[in-house]
Design a protein around this ligand. Structure first.
Ligand code: NAG
Ligand code: NAG
Ligand code: NAG
Ligand code: NAG
Ligand code: NAG
Length: 953
């Protein structure tokens, strides 16, 4: 490519030379400029007027000619957007005196030695991307050069010694490059030099005493290099110096008193060096000084009185030094002072009153040892009505007393920092007048009282820091008007009350710390507060919400607890306390639980989320709306004309049905009747359920139809119905006999003496429990698939067979009731205390198979905790779901696991199952998963590897 370009250039040369020989009027300048242009890219077409067919280039854009000679004298292409290299075409411009290519995108090294253009007076290549070293001989013929700027490029290497040849040089600007090494000593003998700027390079070495020879020097900038050594006394000979910037180097020693001779000097910048010693009265001689920056050095001693002589002083920065004493009172004469930064010194005494009297813009005294009150200083300032104070930082001193209410008169204040003092009293109401206030920091004082509600009018506030005081009372609601707020720290106070809900308006918040107060109630809503870090709200005993790791007690509705002593005949005994509204309110709590679960097993959460999308209503089975029926009990005697049906074929009741129902063989009693065990003729045991309340049973046809349906249900986890016996006054259901007793006894009455307990173990292992949970889930899923709602789930209805498999009993019996409504259901299953879903009490919520999911959830918690769904203590009722939910939210799940399992369960299985149980007991039915999904979730939770480890305990 390069070769091609090179060949093209040669061809171009040849072409031009041929043309030139044909047309002798064409001058060298056209040739030079066309060749120069050929090396450039000109995306903005700025050089379109440069046409090789022109006789003269004098009218070309950026080209100036000497009117007498018609030769090109100036090429000024600043900001033309040119890129490419600076080519040797320029060497043809023998009469060029000004070359300015500033602010382009030129790259590469300076290949051609434009230094040989002996007429050049000005070279400006600043703000390009030139790189590499400047050729050693670059300046060899630069006798006429007045000004050179290579600033803001990527030049590197040493500044060439040939620079000494530029004897007429007045302006040298090599700033913002990567020049390194020491400056050529010849530079200090260029006594025409008026401006020397080599700032922002990698230069080193000392300032030699030869600097005194630069008697024309007006400006010297050595900022941001690696210069060392002291400032030589001889600098005082540069009597025309107006600006001295030696900042950000490693100069050391004390400043020479000869500086006092620089009487024209208006800018002294010694910032960030290693200077030591005192600033003495000499500084007062510099009567034109406007800016003095002595910051970040090791100056010591007092600021001299003479500084008060400098009336022109506008900015004084003495921060980060070791100045002591107090600022001289003479400074009241510095009428033009605008900015005073004395931060981080060891100044003592009071805040000088003149800082308020002179109308400064910025007063910074942080980290000194100032004492006394601010009040005193402000009070004495007679006329502060035309204040322009924008920044007042007196933080980290030893100030005492109160914040003056006159502070409200500084209406231009943007920054007010009084933190880390011993200020007392309250925050004055007048802060509300500080409409421009951007940052208010009053932290670490002893302020008391409440945050004035006038703060709401400081509409520019972005930072409000009031931490570590004794502030009390409520957070003013008006704070929510401060929509620009980004940082709020009110921690370590005694604030009380609730956080205003409207704080959610503060959409720009980045931090909001109210920890260590006495706040209560719910956190505001919104994206910020939902994800606020817990440490920002911690240590508020009653502040609640997900981020506070504390659920809001008023929000969580209680599950229904029916009075176990109720007779069930009074419809009013069904609690109506759970209104629809409360159920809706609990959604946030549900989401919180869902979110907690995601941490353990994300899959559960996703599954549950999927559930919520589905409509559960379509699967409702038997929610017939009814006004309460009349269920008076009518007892009739046995008619002996009964019908016995065994689904398996041969009815084999050799004995009469009455004899079967022997009291001694009673297995238990449920909502629908008593259950007896009997042995059939073939030696097989069956369980016979005698339905108690006959009037609740439908007609014989209805009864038989429903029972036959139930008889067809065949599932390993359901107790199968083997037959029935019907007379108008007596109905029996004949079930398979399950030998292992019911789950209730296993969980709550288990002893080693009990012969019915599986394998004679003292208690169920985790794997047995998990298996029971899974079995119950499967049975319910099967029932729900057949559109049968169990309605009566409880641990005493779960039988355990000889192999430890659970078998759910008593299903489908609600279908035998002539009418099905809430009241009937809840009175029939009243014994199922604590298992009943809340929607039974809520007339507006349809009852679906989700009520079984609720009961299942309670069962899960019961199986894992070994506790009854509702435990009556001496003077307390403990509701299992609440107890577990509370424990999960406080991260104490372990504590509620059955103690018989302690140390013998895999937490990674048990905890997700607990959470699954909680999700199943969601107050809102549609938030509960369906049983098929429960089975999937259980499958995901169970890790096959842990099977053996926890099986044999
Ligand atoms: C310089 O070039 C860069 C990319 O090469 C471009 O983004 C930038 O705008 C150019 N600058 C000027 C001043 O043309
Ligand atoms: C040197 O050049 C830079 C960049 O063009 C400019 O900002 C700076 O002011 C110049 N220095 C002096 C002393 O003029
Ligand atoms: C004073 O100097 C310090 C350190 O150089 C700097 O951080 C600070 O911004 C300066 N103060 C003012 C008001 O400009
Ligand atoms: C107030 O001053 C202190 C100490 O000087 C400093 O730590 C704090 O950041 C300042 N506050 C603000 C809001 O800038
Ligand atoms: C039920 O009745 C018994 C006996 O009268 C009493 O001790 C118990 O506290 C009652 N339970 C409730 C929940 O009212």
């Amino acid at each position: 490519m390069r070769k091609v370009v090179g060949i093209c250039l040669i061809l171009l040369y040849l072409h031009i030379i041929v043309v030139k020989s044909l047309n002798p009027t064409l001058d060298d300048d056209v040739l030079g400029l066309i060749v120069f242009k050929a090396d450039l890219q000109d995306p903005e077409n700025k050089l379109s007027s440069w046409n090789e067919d022109d006789d003269s280039p004098c009218k070309w854009e950026g080209v100036k000619c000497n009117p007498r000679s018609n030769r090109v004298s100036a090429l000024v292409l600043d900001g033309f957007g040119l890129s490419g290299k600076m080519g040797r075409g320029l060497m043809q411009l023998k009469f060029l005196s000004k070359l300015s290519l500033a602010r382009n995108n030129l790259t590469g090294t300076i290949g051609v030695n434009i230094g040989q253009l002996t007429n050049l007076r000005v070279i400006d290549l600043s703000e390009n991307s030139f790189s590499g070293p400047v050729p050693d001989d670059f300046f060899e013929q630069c006798g006429s050069l007045r000004s050179i700027s290579l600033a803001n490029n990527k030049f590197s290497g040493r500044v060439p010694d040939s620079l000494v040849s530029c004897s007429s040089l007045g302006v040298l600007n090599f700033s913002s490059n990567q020049f390194s090494g020491i400056l050529p000593s010849g530079i200090w003998s260029l006594n025409g030099l008026r401006s020397l700027d080599v700032s922002d390079n990698l230069l080193e070495g000392e300032i030699p005493k030869e600097i005194g020879g630069l008697y024309n020097l007006r400006e010297i900038k050595l900022r941001k290099n690696q210069f060392t050594g002291p400032v030589p006394d001889e600098i005082g000979a540069c009597a025309l110096l107006r600006s001295v910037d030696l900042s950000e180097n490693s100069f050391s020693g004390s400043l020479p008193t000869t500086l006092q001779k620089l009487s024209l000097c208006d800018n002294l910048n010694f910032r960030s060096n290693l200077f030591t010693g005192e600033i003495t009265e000499w500084i007062g001689e510099l009567g034109r000084l406007q800016t003095v920056d002595l910051s970040k050095n090791m100056f010591s001693g007092a600021v001299p009185d003479a500084i008060g002589n400098i009336q022109s002083l506008r900015i004084l920065n003495i921060s980060d030094n070791g100045f002591t004493g107090s600022l001289p009172a003479s400074m009241i004469n510095c009428e033009n002072i605008q900015i005073l930064d004395a931060s981080r010194n060891s100044l003592t005494g009071f805040i000088p009153t003149w800082v308020f009297q002179l109308g400064l813009q910025a007063v910074l005294f942080s980290e000194n040892k100032l004492t006394g009150s601010i009040n005193g200083a402000v009070d004495l300032s007679i006329d502060v009505s035309h204040q322009n104070l924008q920044v007042l930082d007196v933080s980290h001193n030893e100030l005492s007393g109160e914040i003056p209410s006159d502070i409200g008169r500084f209406t231009s204040l943007r920054v007010l920092n009084m933190s880390k003092n011993s200020l007392t009293g309250g925050i004055p109401e007048t802060v509300g007048k500080l409409k421009a206030l951007n940052s208010l920091d009053l932290s670490e004082n002893q302020l008391n009282g409440s945050i004035p509600s006038s703060i709401g009018t400081c509409s520019s506030l972005t930072s409000l820091i009031l931490s570590r005081n004794n502030l009390s009372g409520q957070l003013p609601v008006s704070m929510s008007k401060l929509v620009a707020l980004e940082h709020v720290d009110l921690s370590f106070n005694k604030l009380t009350g609730t956080l205003p809900k409207s704080l959610e308006n503060l959409v720009h918040l980045v931090t909001f710390n109210v920890s260590h107060n006495q706040l209560q109630g719910e956190l505001p809503a919104g994206a910020f507060f939902n994800t606020i870090s817990p440490s920002s709200v911690s240590n508020n005993p009653t502040l609640c919400g997900a981020a506070a790791n504390k659920s809001c007690p008023t929000v969580l509705p209680k599950p229904i607890v029916l009075n176990p002593n109720s007779t069930g005949t009074d419809p009013d005994s069904v609690p109506q306390t759970l209104g629809h509204k409360k159920i809706l309110l609990s959604i946030s709590a549900l989401i919180a639980i869902g979110a907690a679960a995601v941490i353990i097993i994300g899959i559960i959460f996703i599954t549950v989320l999927n559930l919520r999308v589905r409509s559960t209503m379509s699967r409702s089975a038997a929610a017939v709306p009814l006004s309460g029926g009349d269920f008076s009990s009518s007892h009739t005697t046995d008619t002996h004309s009964g019908k016995l049906v065994m689904f398996s074929g041969e009815p084999d009741f050799s004995t009469g049905a009455h004899a079967l129902l022997n009291k001694d063989c009673e297995l238990g009693r449920g909502g629908f009747g008593a259950v007896y065990r009997t042995v059939l003729g073939d030696g097989r045991s069956v369980a016979i359920k005698k339905l108690t309340v006959s009037s609740l049973v439908k007609s014989q046809e209805d009864f038989e139809r429903e029972v036959k349906k139930l008889g067809k249900i065949n599932h390993p986890n359901l107790v199968s119905l083997e037959g029935y016996y019907w007379t108008p006054s007596l109905q029996l259901l004949i079930y398979e006999y399950v030998s292992g007793g019911n789950l209730y006894r296993h969980l709550h009455e288990s002893t080693t003496q009990d012969e019915n307990i599986v394998n004679n173990r003292s208690s169920l292992t985790w794997n047995e429990r998990f298996n029971i949970i899974l079995g119950i889930a499967k049975s319910l899923a099967h029932l729900h698939h057949l559109n049968i709602i169990h309605y009566n789930l409880k641990s005493s209805n779960v039988l355990i067979d000889g192999l430890g498999e659970p078998k759910v009993a008593d299903f489908g019996l609600a279908r035998l009731l002539p009418m099905l409504d809430r009241y009937v259901l809840s009175s029939k299953i009243q014994s199922a205390l604590g298992y009943m879903a809340p929607e039974f009490a809520c007339k507006t919520v349809k009852i679906t198979d989700k009520c079984d999911v609720y009961g299942f959830g309670v069962l899960v918690l019961e199986i894992i905790t070994g506790k009854r769904p509702v435990e009556y203590m001496e003077d307390d009722v403990v509701i299992l779901c609440d107890m577990v939910r509370g424990a999960v939210e406080e991260g104490r799940v372990d504590e509620c696991i059955d103690e018989r399992l302690q140390g013998k369960f895999p937490a990674e299985e048990v905890i997700p199952v607990v959470k699954l149980g909680l999700i199943c007991t969601s107050q809102v039915p549609s938030n509960r998963p369906d049983m098929a999904e429960v089975i999937n979730i259980l499958g995901l939770i169970k890790c096959p590897e842990s099977q053996e480890e926890y099986d044999n305990n």
